[in-house]
Design a protein around this ligand. Structure first.
Ligand code: MG
Length: 201
């Protein structure tokens, strides 16, 4: 399986990153070795500024390529919550030099994932999600604020990369990204229900 991540998909996050609003989806990938299902996460020693990005995640349940937007909803059946961990200091250096971001985004365990729920039980256009650190709210988002909808993302990405069963799409983070530190306890909520727990070590 592969992990596809969408960047700059919430206007206020693009603003806090001083990035332009995208006119088409921005995506990058993480390898399967980035996926973390455990509750313990060790900060890698190559970064001094590891950032959390809480994101809604789509689970692909049907293989496809060149998927039309009107049919895209048939290609995912579950939605979950994940974190797109980012070594912000390394990413800044890569961006400055015009180099790819992989070192900052695709490292081992950089994609913690929580539980999933059937999309049929959700109002897709109004899913709220939140990240708390040590009980304090850090990021709150709603799918109503997505620049590019889930269907648009699936359609767009599948023009370039075939989707396979089990692939995950991290759909972008709202504003409020920031540093995590050793000892932090992270909790992710989807519609106020706990979906993800992580101890930072
Ligand atoms: Mg992200």
């Amino acid at each position: 399986m592969k992990i596809i991540c969408i960047g700059r998909n919430y206007a206020n996050h693009a603003k806090e990153m001083k990035a332009e609003l995208p006119t088409e989806p921005v995506f990058f990938m993480k390898p399967d070795t980035a996926l973390l299902k455990d509750e313990d996460f060790y900060i890698p020693n190559f970064t001094k500024d590891l950032h959390h990005e809480i994101e809604l995640v789509l689970k692909i349940n049907k293989a496809g390529k060149h998927i039309e937007e009107q049919f895209a909803h048939k290609y995912y059946n579950e939605i979950g919550l994940g974190i797109d961990f980012t070594a912000r200091d390394i990413q800044a250096t890569c961006k400055e030099k015009g180099l790819p971001w992989e070192k900052a985004k695709a490292f081992d365990n950089s994609a913690p994932i929580g539980k999933f729920i059937s999309k049929e039980t959700l109002n897709i256009n109004k899913i709220t999600f939140e990240l708390k650190i040590n009980g304090v709210s850090k990021q709150i988002g709603t799918s109503a604020d997505l620049i590019f909808s889930f269907d648009k993302i699936i359609s767009y990405v599948s023009q370039f990369v075939s989707l396979k069963v089990g692939d995950l799409i991290y759909t972008g983070t709202p504003e409020g990204v920031g540093q995590v530190n050793v000892g932090d306890k992270l909790q992710g909520f989807l519609n106020n229900e706990l979906f993800l727990k992580l101890n930072v070590l």
